[in-house]
Design a protein around this ligand. Structure first.
Ligand code: HEC
Length: 117
């Protein structure tokens, strides 16, 4: 029984740590993870797999693959994520999230990483 439980636990664990984004998502999640740390997104967000991020200025960016809506109004698909990351004020002029000058490619890779979780 204990063996079965352990087996089940390791199966579900490995299912959660899949590094490949779901179908239809483009960009490089490995590069995206690096870009997230380079732009220091973890200074405001808890980000899965990024050490040192235990801050809650913005919402945790965990389970982004499951969420339907971003920042209260944007459909949470890859296009919506890229749009938000590159220019949050264009969507919500009052948001506390700064425009960080993220390039199109970096935003695409970041979204690929976030959507794989
Ligand atoms: C100065 C703090 C700050 C920094 C730095 C920051 N954010 Fe944010 N972020 C916020 C806040 C505050 C919100 C909430 C906005 C809202 O809900 O209106 C937010 C919202 C978001 C959302 C929507 C989350 C949701 O659940 O709706 C995403 C995605 C996001 N940020 C990604 C990033 C990425 C990627 C970076 C790095 C390029 C970054 N943020 C840098 C403060 C920050």
């Amino acid at each position: 029984m204990r063996l079965l439980l352990a087996l089940f636990a390791s199966m579900t664990l490995s299912a959660c740590s899949v590094e490949r984004p779901p179908g239809g998502v483009v960009g490089d999640p490995v590069r995206g993870k690096i870009a997230l740390t380079q732009y220091a997104c973890q200074s405001c967000h808890l980000i899965p797999g990024v050490p040192g991020s235990k801050v809650y200025v913005g919402r945790p960016l965990s389970e982004m693959g499951q969420r339907k809506v971003l920042a209260g109004s944007v459909p949470n698909d890859q296009a919506g994520l890229v749009r938000w990351i590159r220019d949050p004020q264009a969507i919500d002029p009052h948001t506390a999230m700064p425009n960080m000058g993220v390039s199109e490619r970096d935003a695409l890779d970041m979204s690929a990483y976030l959507l794989s979780h």
